[in-house]
Design a protein around this ligand. Structure first.
Ligand SMILES: NC(=O)c1ccc[n+]([C@@H]2O[C@H](COP(=O)([O-])OP(=O)(O)OC[C@H]3O[C@@H](n4cnc5c(N)ncnc54)[C@H](O)[C@@H]3O)[C@@H](O)[C@H]2O)c1
Length: 468
């Protein structure tokens, strides 16, 4: 593959992602709190009013127990904003939704207008597709806002490096930033992590993650219909396009990649992978035009030689499997029993999950069983009590680790973590300057088909011109 510029290494990366406490200690100053401690009201603005945006706003207002108010909403589709607003107004948190017709904003600049309703120390919620994370984060930092942003954070090298720089800037301003990798806030996974670090299953040698079910979200797309621009079609069906979401591999599989690496306390150094598209036509016989494979099998390697396998499939009728596992020299852990981080987690002597060999089964208080709510309680606690809190560095790590597996499958090459991080291909340059009339970052051919990955043929980048 084309040699990417070697500018940042995993080691530098770990250095750059030092804790906020370390950053302020180095600077020799105590950072002022970004929000007055105590019970002051915190206002939030929602940017990206889709399924997760509505969920995150609901979580914020629920966790806020009356002390958090939703003040503004922004989207690029009027209908999405309207539906999300109406759903919030029908929900248990309706009393805390203080969005008026004057604080609903539509368009590519809507994020700025929504954030302009906030004061330093308030919270901006980013739940658009990932392509816009760095754009929105840049403005939030300028406005001294705390942030909750959904996963994944990046799909390519240039934006990963950009997000790391922004993370440093956010820490230097003592902003608190949560990332929607909610496994990290599962109380069961937190205890399992401690148990694994304490040696309960011995040295971690193998990790396995599976997410296999039928096609979900917008992972498979038909050619663009009339009545919508190319740009808006690609944004609307973001799981289909690598620039917008990292494709289904990044969007769907990042939770397992992230929490398994957390259990190992390391990020992989390289990956090689298989993948392909078995079914390129819809049941009606129309050709799909998205950039995804429907099957991925990625083998990651850690610096100590340990392996992690991430297997993903979106095929109807094939066996559904959706869970994750960690194998150590002494025993086994069920990390996620079901779904992204479903309860309960457990550990066993030996390599079989037999009840008589069980060492531990997680028990989590009812009020802490929802990791989506936990992540908001943790963020609000950090804001109110001025605790160091910046999940962006580990969120970028997780995004790069995921992208590297995806790129290994898409190119048919072995890809190292450093190559992915330092790669020069930016999938959507100028995304900060988009308007409703802009051309889309990905150009379709005359039949409405987009460039698809071609392992072994296009190898220096994920899609585009064939390698020399
Ligand atoms: N942590 C989780 O478990 C979890 C679950 C679902 C989704 N997510 C993440 O949340 C994000 C959104 O996913 P979703 O399922 O809610 O998708 P969605 O399509 O339902 O919502 C995304 C919204 O963002 C809007 N949008 C797109 N570009 C915008 C821009 N530039 N400015 C303002 N609004 C814009 C879209 O119009 C849409 O309303 C994705 O990154 C996804 O991975 C996380």
């Amino acid at each position: 593959m084309t040699e990417p510029q070697k500018t940042t290494t995993r080691r530098d990366f770990i250095k750059t992602t030092g804790s906020v406490a370390a950053v302020s200690a180095l600077a020799g100053i105590a950072l002022p709190p970004v929000h007055a401690q105590g019970s002051d009201q915190i206002n939030v603005a929602l940017i990206g009013c889709g399924g997760r945006g509505g969920g995150a706003a609901n979580n914020a207002l629920t966790a806020g127990k009356g002390g958090v108010k939703l003040k503004a909403m922004a989207d690029v589709f009027d209908s999405k904003l309207r539906n999300s607003f109406e759903a919030l107004k029908r929900s248990d948190v309706a009393a805390h939704v203080e969005v008026t017709n004057d604080t609903k904003y539509i368009g590519f600049d809507a994020y700025k207008q929504a954030m302009d309703n906030l004061k330093p120390g308030d919270i901006a919620i980013f739940t658009t597709p990932l392509a816009f994370r760095w754009v929105h984060f840049t403005y939030a930092i300028e406005k001294k806002l705390n942030v909750f942003m959904e996963k994944p954070l990046t799909a390519d090298g240039p934006t990963s490096r950009r997000m790391l720089k922004l993370a440093d800037e956010a820490s230097a301003k003592n902003l608190k930033v949560g990332v929607g990798l909610m496994s990290r806030h599962s109380r069961a996974l937190q205890e399992l992590h401690k148990r694994i670090q304490d040696g309960e299953i011995g040295d971690v040698l193998l990790l396995r993650g599976y997410r296999m079910h039928g096609p979900v979200g917008s992972m498979a797309s038909l050619p663009k219909p009339a009545g919508i621009s190319e740009l808006m079609y690609q944004i609307q069906r973001f799981h289909s396009f690598i620039w917008a979401s990292g494709g289904c591999y990044s969007d769907f599989y990042i939770h397992h990649v992230d929490h398994l690496c957390w259990m190992k306390n390391a990020w992989p150094v390289k990956a090689q992978a298989l993948g392909g598209r078995h079914y390129r036509k819809s049941p009606e016989g129309i050709e799909y035009v998205d950039q995804n494979f429907d099957t991925y099998a990625v083998e990651y390697t850690f610096a100590d030689g340990a392996k992690m396998y991430m297997e993903g499939r979106c095929i109807v009728g094939a066996k559904p499997i959706y869970n994750s596992w960690a194998h150590g020299s002494k025993g086994l852990a069920i990390v996620s029993k079901a779904n992204d981080c479903g309860l309960p987690s457990s550990t066993y002597r030996g390599q079989l999950p037999e009840s008589e060999k069980r060492i531990w089964l997680s028990e989590v208080k009812r009020e802490e069983q929802d990791p989506y709510l936990n992540e908001w309680n943790d963020l609000l606690d950090a804001i109110r009590n001025n605790k160091p809190y910046n999940e962006v560095p580990s969120g970028v790590h997780a995004s790069v680790a995921t992208s590297l597996g995806r790129m290994a499958a898409h190119t048919g090459q072995e890809i190292t973590f450093d190559e992915m991080l330092n790669h020069e291909h930016e999938y959507a340059p100028g995304v900060d300057k988009l308007t409703m009339d802009s051309p889309a970052p990905l150009i379709a051919d005359a039949k409405g088909r987009y460039p698809i990955p071609m392992p072994g043929i296009v190898t220096g980048r994920e899609y585009g011109e064939a390698s020399a």
